[in-house]
Ligand binder design. Structure first.
Ligand SMILES: *[C@@H]1O[C@H](CO)[C@@H](O)[C@H](O)[C@H]1NC(C)=O
Length: 191
């Protein structure tokens, strides 16, 4: 069992997906083409921001359900706080684009949204989406995906408060596994 974007196991994720550690999770100036994993703590978002402003980044999301079926979503464009003067103050707005994959796109609707946590309400809802759906995410009003939701182990009767990727498994199925990874986009002129 693994919810990869959670901080406590992010190092395992890195180990699995990367053979070059580059001195740590989010070292700036690391030019390897390996994915690094996400940390969703404020410090993690800060580091992702610092990374993603260095160049063009892509995002890959891998998902698995309790039948061991897997699916992925790839976004050829990714960034956090790309246009922010003070990204922390600005709520680390998400930039995603260029979807491909077989999980369906459940993130583009979050494009441009700020990161909402229980104590920082940056969403477009009257409620705090993070409190309401027990996650922390770039909520709009509120979500089509909730990968930091609760680990509810598959089908659940509550609504949209698990680890949901709605275009693949709807709003009442909490996934067994999810992993978000970013890496620099290959420069087509520099193969
Ligand atoms: C899923 O994979 C695990 C580990 O390989 C295995 O033990 C389990 O039986 C599989 N479950 C299904 C539904 O195939």
């Amino acid at each position: 069992m693994a919810v990869r974007q959670r901080t406590e196991i992010a190092s395992d994720c890195l180990w699995r997906t990367s053979r070059i550690l580059c001195n740590g999770l989010f070292l700036s100036g690391c030019h390897s083409f390996f994915f690094v994993c996400f940390l969703f703590s404020p410090a993690g978002l800060k580091q992702i921001h610092a990374l993603s402003i260095q160049g063009n980044y892509e995002l890959r999301i891998d998902l698995e359900d309790f039948e061991n079926s897997t699916a992925y979503a790839h976004y050829g464009t990714f960034g956090v706080g790309l246009f922010s003067v003070d990204p922390d103050d600005d709520g680390y707005p998400l930039t995603v684009g260029d979807y491909s994959g077989n999980a369906g796109d459940s993130l583009l609707k979050h494009n441009g949204m700020k990161f909402t946590t229980k104590d920082r309400d940056n969403d477009h809802s009257e409620n705090n989406c993070a409190s309401f759906y027990h996650g922390a995410w770039w909520y709009r009003n509120c979500h089509t995906s909730n990968l930091n939701g609760q680990y509810l182990r598959g089908q659940h009767t509550s609504y949209a408060d698990g680890i949901e990727w709605s275009s693949w498994t709807g709003w009442q199925y909490s996934l067994k596994f999810s992993e978000m990874k970013i890496r620099p986009t290959r420069d087509p002129d520099n193969k």
